[in-house]
Design a protein. Structure first.
Length: 351
């Protein structure tokens, strides 16, 4: 069902992404790794899950999906990966850093996490795809994580990775590895998911309503409010067609609920930022102006003088975390329709 709020897992459930599915599958079959990018609620997780299942169903792969939201260290990653891989019922030829008993495979006490991850991944003898969702969450452990990936890329061509993530930290190091990186010369293919065009958004809504045998002719009004963000279109369809809300209530609730989600995302982004007021004010100012010089003027009126480099780095961080886009002419804009409606000043107030 198109209006199911859970991430899609089968090809026939995923609307408008046939080319992306085929491209991803072909790249992974060619032994390239993939990073799926794009703003929030574009369906990155759904595409990842569908591609993993396509490789399982059509090409005999084994595969796992891991959500890294909230995962900050390699020990947690190792535990999750070992659990998921064990559930695939493949034989693991691990002896150095692991114990094999009646309860399954466990990490030996005192074993180093990097060595354990390398041994685990290099022991896989089947064609295997690993989906790591929100890989930027591992940025605090990026050096060691990249060491693991570099070793596996060189040592075990049976293992393929597919990532999603914002373009920060470890994600940026994956895309553009420096000369000393173990992945230098071996970056993953980058696939950016775009928003639906107006006609695609209208077709998505029409097909979803038809699945539920509902007559609906107000696609234009929904698309005007929610743009081509598939996550918000899905939420509206679920509220209106599945839960039975009136058109107006469903649309208003979509904006309200979607805004809460984006507020939580922005708060998560602010957690490790020192100058939170700068980021909050930038989101407010970019609703009104778009050129760098105008943005700087607005910041200095509100917060006082700011160094050019500090301002540029803050804007880049917002772009790389998909809260803004930077146009070809250098203009900044907030593209998500629900982000534009949020009062960011209420998210964080100085004491």
């Amino acid at each position: 069902m198109l209006f199911d709020l859970h991430p899609k897992e089968r090809r026939e459930e995923l609307f408008g992404r046939e080319r992306e599915i085929e491209y991803s599958v072909n790249q992974l079959l060619s032994k390239n790794w993939i990073l799926i990018g794009g703003q929030r609620e574009m369906g990155k997780t759904s595409l990842m899950k569908v591609v993993i299942n396509e490789l399982r169903k059509e090409h005999g792969f084994k595969g796992i999906y891991i959500n890294l939201r909230g995962v900050r260290n390699l020990n947690s990653l190792l535990e999750m990966m070992l659990s998921e891989i064990s559930n695939t019922k493949i034989e693991l030829n691990v002896r150095i850093n692991f114990m094999i008993g009646s309860a399954g495979v466990k990490v030996k006490k005192g074993a180093k996490v990097v060595n354990s991850l390398i041994e685990l991944l290099n022991s896989i003898e089947d064609n295997f795809v690993i989906g790591l969702d929100e890989v930027q969450e591992l940025s605090q452990a990026s050096k060691y994580f990249l060491d693991v990936l570099g070793n596996v890329f060189t040592s075990n061509e049976k293992v393929r990775f597919i990532f999603t993530g914002s373009y920060i930290g470890v994600t940026r190091s994956l895309i553009d590895p420096p000369s000393l990186s173990p992945l230098h010369g071996r970056p993953p293919v980058v696939l950016n998911l775009r928003r639906f065009r107006e006609e695609e958004s209208a077709s998505f809504l029409k097909r979803g309503m038809e699945e539920l045998n509902l007559d609906f002719n107000r696609e234009d009004q929904v698309v005007k409010r929610l743009d081509g963000v598939v996550g918000w279109l899905t939420l509206f369809g679920n509220l209106h067609a599945v839960r039975g809300m009136s058109f107006e209530d469903a649309l208003n609730s979509t904006v309200a609920e979607g805004s809460k989600i984006m507020v939580d995302e922005f708060k998560h982004f602010l957690e490790n930022k020192g100058n939170k007021a700068l980021y909050v004010k930038l989101m407010e100012i970019v609703k009104v102006v778009s050129r760098w010089s105008e943005i700087k003027r607005g910041i200095e009126i509100s917060l006082g003088n700011i160094d050019d480099k500090e301002l540029t780095l803050a804007l880049d961080s917002l772009v790389n975390n998909n809260f803004m886009e930077k146009g070809d002419k250098g203009e900044y804009k907030i593209v998500d329709p629900l982000l534009r409606e949020i009062d960011f000043g209420r998210i964080w107030l100085p004491t």
